[in-house]
Design a protein around this ligand. Structure first.
Ligand SMILES: NC(=O)c1ccc[n+]([C@@H]2O[C@H](COP(=O)([O-])OP(=O)(O)OC[C@H]3O[C@@H](n4cnc5c(N)ncnc54)[C@H](O)[C@@H]3O)[C@@H](O)[C@H]2O)c1
Length: 452
């Protein structure tokens, strides 16, 4: 029996491995008439999709805009264009003027007319995303910026009546979490989709293993171990002429208001699996960790261990780490009253064992298929008039990561109810200025960092 995780390093996949009528186009696509510009704006009610119309229009063109044309943005485009027919990328938005010219020709070479972006629709700048939301031709927006922008951008997209694909994590603080819950609710009222980038929820071996666990294959789930331990992460040195804010967005991984730290940015995949197995978010967290190897101006820790307590006295021991020269382990062990299960990251497979440690079931899985499946499910659900709205689950998991981080940073035991209902934590700069300065970066010190 396997008594520990196999080495399985799930790396971020940064590689891409006509109708032209306007206003009357496709009744089955739900549109907002105006893009609301603030999160607090009154909810817009766009008409719900009618299933009968949708069935008749099942192969209608879906026009896509993307916000954030980086590694995952180009990966998501490649995934959706590989798996879906009758879709077309028609607009892009990025703060970096070089992204579209760098990425689109490559995508066009592979996907031909699925990439059809007029040069005037390669929007650039910090407000470029608004041009995508304002564009009545766009049905579906892929949100693949750094996480700190996500809650607001997703909410504004829903208010504009767009269908959304939103990468993970959904949020990096309690304020963003509440925005996500509101966006989820509004999308349901609007009849618009929100599918999220938690691809394991669509990876066959994960789905089958967890279904079996929920059906009692290992008895009652008692506890679980989850790890996302890898060897490092990129660091982008400041370029001449960048303002503080521009630099932090460029090197976003290392600033907590943008990435949420490793536990939210990367390990949220495992945190999501924890919540999936356990049937919802935990009640509290107690945690430790620190930093040995981060560059001086990075705010990130490089290791964190969290004990999450779930209802029914069930515990998850969670660990994440990014330190060069250490052993990578990415996966989950689930212990039940009548057996156990191992679900490994990436393509590592899933196994179920009986009480004596004999393997009684196993299945391989393919993460690349899962990346594509989320885009197929999204487009299919739009065309069927039954749009998937799954932001709440991913926001819950993102918030569980924030719970673990907050417990680690403060050195306090932190309750889910406090963080979700009372905490005032809002990491997005109140004085956000793209051209402006930012306070000198610092990192959390337990005992000094306050629980707010
Ligand atoms: N599901 C997965 O397995 C997976 C894998 C990798 C990354 N991701 C997620 O995808 C997101 C993007 O990660 P990445 O690796 O592509 O990062 P990246 O740095 O490669 O790309 C980010 C892009 O967004 C642009 N950008 C930044 N702020 C913007 C703004 N306000 N408006 C418009 N454009 C903006 C940047 O210029 C850049 O092109 C992150 O949330 C990350 O966690 C998910």
């Amino acid at each position: 029996m396997q008594d520990r995780f196999e080495t399985s390093n799930h790396s971020n996949p940064d590689v891409p491995s006509e109708a032209s009528d306007k206003s009357s186009r496709r009744d089955f696509m739900v549109k907002g008439s105006v893009a609301a510009s603030t999160v607090g704006a009154a909810a817009m009610h766009v008409p719900a999709v009618h299933a009968a119309d949708a069935a008749a229009a099942n192969t209608e063109l879906v026009r896509i805009g993307i916000v954030g044309l980086g590694g995952r943005g180009s990966g998501a485009l490649s995934d959706t264009m590989t798996i879906n027919e009758n879709i077309k990328l028609v607009a892009t938005a990025d703060i970096d003027p070089g992204k579209a010219t760098g990425i689109l020709p490559r995508l066009q070479k592979t996907f031909g007319e699925k990439v059809s972006v007029d040069a005037s629709k390669n929007y650039v700048g910090i407000d470029a995303y608004k041009r995508i939301l304002d564009d009545p031709e766009i049905d579906l927006v892929l949100m693949t910026t750094p996480p700190g922008f996500r809650p607001t951008y997703v909410m504004e997209a829903v208010q504009a009546g767009k269908h959304v694909f939103a990468e993970k994590p959904s949020c990096v603080d309690p304020t963003g979490y509440r925005t996500c819950l509101a966006a989820h609710q509004l999308a349901k009222e609007n009849g618009t989709a929100i599918v999220t980038g938690t691809q394991y929820r669509r990876q066959t071996n994960y789905v089958e293993a967890i279904r079996r666990i929920h059906e009692g294959a290992i008895g009652d789930v008692i506890n679980m171990t989850a790890r996302y331990c890898s060897t490092g992460i990129w660091y982008r040195a400041r370029k001449e002429g960048m303002s503080d804010t521009q630099y932090q967005i460029y090197n976003w991984m290392h600033f907590v208001w943008l990435s949420g730290d490793q536990i939210a940015e990367q390990a949220v995949h495992n945190v999501d699996v924890m919540n999936w197995v356990m049937g919802g978010p935990p009640e509290s967290a107690y945690a430790g960790g620190g930093r040995f190897t981060r560059p001086d101006d990075s705010e990130m820790w490089d290791n964190m261990s969290v004990d999450f307590s779930y209802s029914g006295d069930r515990q998850v021991s969670f660990m994440c780490r990014q330190i060069r020269g250490t052993q990578s382990e990415v996966g989950n062990r689930i212990y039940g009253s009548n057996g156990s299960a191992t679900i490994l990251g990436s393509n590592g497979g899933a196994m179920i064992y009986d009480k004596s440690g004999n393997e009684i079931w196993s299945m391989k899985g393919n993460i690349q298929d899962a990346y594509r499946q989320e885009h197929k499910d999204l487009v299919d659900s739009i065309r069927a008039g039954n749009p998937i709205v799954e932001l709440k689950d991913t926001a819950d998991s993102s918030m569980t990561a924030v719970l673990g981080r907050t417990a680690a940073y403060t050195g306090q035991k932190v309750d889910w109810s406090f963080l979700t209902e009372e905490s005032k934590q809002d990491l997005f700069p109140a004085d956000f200025d793209y051209e402006g300065s930012r306070p000198e970066s610092s990192f959390a010190v337990p005992g000094e960092t306050k629980l707010i």
